[in-house]
Design a protein around this ligand. Structure first.
Ligand code: FPP
Length: 228
């Protein structure tokens, strides 16, 4: 969800206004994803590196997350959305950790769109944590080092049951992953959209999905043969 700050700056508005409009774009996108029958939508809403922002902006972002869960959780639940959260919970304010837990527990049995909120998330941290877990299992003699496979490590990531993303969309024109789902993105199609997140809408989501369908995914194999 990149470009909130630039959206605001271009209009002479404070950055927080860009983030507020970013939450509106998020609501639109969740609705559109549900309507389109998308199974999983992961949003990068606060990265491990975002703590380096000025304290006032961090407060604004935490406030927007609180308000989003308080205002929108009932609607998400009614729309059969299941909320999952990935990222570190340990250094979050207690009320935020509890809100995230409440969102997950309330929507646990929903079987529509799964909305994965990446909050206080960093992919390298997630991979390092999985490696630490494997190391502990080896040290305790529950696993031998030569049994470690990619699948075994993937099973120790934050949400191992959630499939790898087919497509990753980044707005604002930046063309990088910035510590987002690095392991899971091994074969994802990357779509870079040159508009700021607050302007993202259903048509742009559909456009990104159409672009995804035009790509040929080979997963390291050969192009599919046509005819015999
Ligand atoms: C990127 O724009 C956006 C963010 C770092 C924060 C996104 C978070 C929210 C919209 C609110 C909180 C979360 C939820 C789930 C409601 P940027 O600030 O990096 O923009 P810039 O690159 O143009 O400065």
């Amino acid at each position: 969800m990149d470009g909130n700050g630039r959206w605001a700056a271009a209009r002479g508005l404070p950055r927080v206004e860009g983030h507020r409009r970013g939450v509106e774009a998020l609501r639109r996108t969740v609705r559109a994803a549900g309507d389109l029958g998308i199974g999983f939508l992961t949003i990068f809403s606060f990265s491990s590196e975002n703590w380096s922002r000025p304290p006032g902006e961090i407060r604004d972002l935490m406030g927007l997350l609180r308000r989003f869960i308080r205002n929108d959780l009932a609607d998400l639940h009614k729309s059969n959305v299941r909320v999952r959260v990935i990222g570190e919970r340990d250094n979050l304010a207690r009320d935020i950790a509890l809100l995230l837990q409440e969102a997950e527990e309330l929507t646990r049995d929903n079987d529509g769109l799964t909305l994965v909120v990446a909050f206080n998330y960093g992919s390298r941290q997630e991979i390092a944590q999985a490696a630490r877990r494997l190391a502990i299992e080896v040290a305790e003699g529950r696993l031998s080092a030569d049994e470690i496979t990619p699948d075994l490590l993937a099973g120790r990531l934050h949400a191992p049951d959630i499939p790898d993303p087919d497509v990753i969309i980044r707005t604002s024109g930046e063309q990088r992953l910035s510590n987002f789902l690095l392991w899971q993105a091994a074969y994802s199609e990357l779509v870079f959209v040159p508009i700021n997140w607050p302007d993202f809408d259903r048509a742009m989501l559909e456009g990104a999905i159409a672009e995804y369908h035009r790509r040929e995914r080979r997963f390291g194999g050969l192009a599919a043969q046509t005819g015999s």
